[in-house]
Design a protein around this ligand. Sequence first.
Ligand code: SF4
Ligand code: SF4
Length: 209
Amino acid sequence: MTAKKRSKKPPKAKRTRSHVLRVDLASILSIDHDCDGCLRGEPCCCSAYEVCVTTAELERIIPVLPGAARFCPHLETGGGYDNIFDEVEPGLFAIDTDDEGLCLLAFRSGRKVRCSLHAAAATLGLTLAKVKPKACLLWPMAFSEGKEVLSLIDDALVFRCNTLRRGRSSSFFPAFVNAVDAVYGKGIGGLLEQETARGALLAVVSCRR
Ligand code: SF4
Ligand code: SF4
């Protein structure tokens, strides 16, 4: 790869079980988002970023690798698994990519990019929150480190699945509430819906991580 990728990076694990989350509702309400998988050559969230996982996420992903390898046979090498993760700083691991810059955990089905962790979770009856990186669950939202702020990524409109809404909206795109519930705890998405219904552009909620 020539250009340095932007990173899709989770904040370091926190010791506390709950913390304050600030949500930039206005930015998230400004788009519609609907993933139907990318074709080769299209800007894709599985190749546009360096995706990083924490040690805790890595420990959840490793047991699922046999299931993921059913969709990504390239992960298996001589009785083990390819070198999928590179430690980029203590406690933070980047998922390696192929020659085209695509995440090693991605595969193509019907010519569209799919996530093998997502597919393995469905096969094994696991929730996505148990296996997918937080950064991937939330995309096209991003979160800042430190005081966590959730907002729309800056380059959202580069991707075909994100479209700008006309005028002001008070309802999120359909996948948003499920993604927020999966990452921050059940009910958080509903709280944010209540905030938007009363016209708030920024919300502050207490959540589990
Ligand atoms: S860029 Fe959009 S359509 Fe492509 S895989 Fe990511 S979410 Fe799906
Ligand atoms: S882990 Fe899955 S969703 Fe995330 S970048 Fe890799 S293939 Fe895409």
